[in-house]
Design a protein around this ligand. Structure first.
Ligand SMILES: [Zn+2]
Length: 284
């Protein structure tokens, strides 16, 4: 295997030292681990990635200010994380990774890895540096693990041993493999505004009786908003427009297949996918 670039190059701008990952972990990671163990389990470490109710959170850095309805605070912020995740893919390939996830809280990076042929989920929990983007903390974590992989590889002349050493630095039994495996889902390419006007869910219009679901949703909204029933004429027009749009979509439904996980960046052995907000299982 060609030595991937950007693994072992010291990143002086970030002040990474050459101390081992284990030392780094014990300095920065133990507190996060204690938090996990003393609370209600890993699920209580709620990632900041999802949108909390109506508040939109940058999926790359967790920012909430001036987000409007956007998924990222800026294009540069998204690209910075995507680049770091791509660099992490080099390490993941060396570890024979089947699946992986990346998420973060205000204090901790959470990086789970499922290696081929292993029943364990290897979890790296990394205390975040205050004021630094998760992308750059991820860069530092991957840097340390990458260095360790190459050091071990040069020392023992064995890729297997190098990977084993890196995996041994992780915690196991923090989450189950099912929480790391990306899900396949189908998402209708249809205006969310129309769905919300008709109070329809994506699952309903992907179901086998979608036509009936759209019709009855329309009837319900007509009953509420028809001007003859003291409804609002403008809203009634919007209901009618939404219905016409939905009928058109049903004639030629466009469905986007996605692979991913809610609230986490996920890796399927080939590439990273951004967090999915509310996946609809493909089989419904
Ligand atoms: Zn951001």
């Amino acid at each position: 295997m060609e030595r991937p670039r950007n693994w072992s190059r010291p990143d002086r701008r970030q002040g990474c030292s050459t101390i081992s990952f284990q030392k780094i972990f014990s300095r920065y990671g133990v507190e996060a681990m204690n938090n996990m163990e003393s609370s209600n389990g890993p699920d209580s470490l709620v990632p900041v990635i999802p949108s909390h109710g109506r508040q939109f959170v940058c999926q790359a850095c967790g920012a909430t200010q001036n987000m409007g309805r956007r998924k990222y605070c800026s294009r540069a912020c998204r690209q910075r994380l995507v680049w770091r995740l791509e660099v992490a893919s080099n390490l993941l390939r060396a570890l024979h990774t089947r699946y992986a996830t990346f998420s973060f809280t205000p204090d901790t990076l959470i990086f789970h890895v499922v290696a081929s042929g292993s029943p364990h989920v290897y979890s790296y929990l990394w205390r975040r540096t205050p004021g630094r983007k998760p992308a750059d903390d991820l860069g530092a974590l991957v840097e340390q693990l990458g260095r360790q992989w190459w050091r071990e590889h040069e020392r023992r002349r064995s890729r297997h041993q190098a990977s084993k050493t890196v995996l041994e630095q992780a915690h196991t039994a923090v989450v189950s493999p099912g929480q790391v495996r990306p899900l396949d889902s189908a998402s209708p390419k249809v205006s969310g505004k129309h769905l919300s006007i008709l109070k329809l869910s994506k699952a309903e219009i992907l179901g086998t009786d979608a036509r009936e679901a759209v019709k009855s949703a329309y009837r319900r909204q007509v009953m509420t908003h028809h001007p003859d029933h003291n409804g609002d004429a403008a809203l009634f027009r919007k209901v009618h427009e939404a219905y016409e749009e939905m009928k058109e979509w049903l004639e030629n439904p466009v469905i986007r297949n996605q692979r991913g996980l809610p609230d986490k960046w996920s890796y399927d052995g080939r590439k990273w996918a951004p967090p999915m907000n509310s996946p609809t299982p493909r089989k419904i």
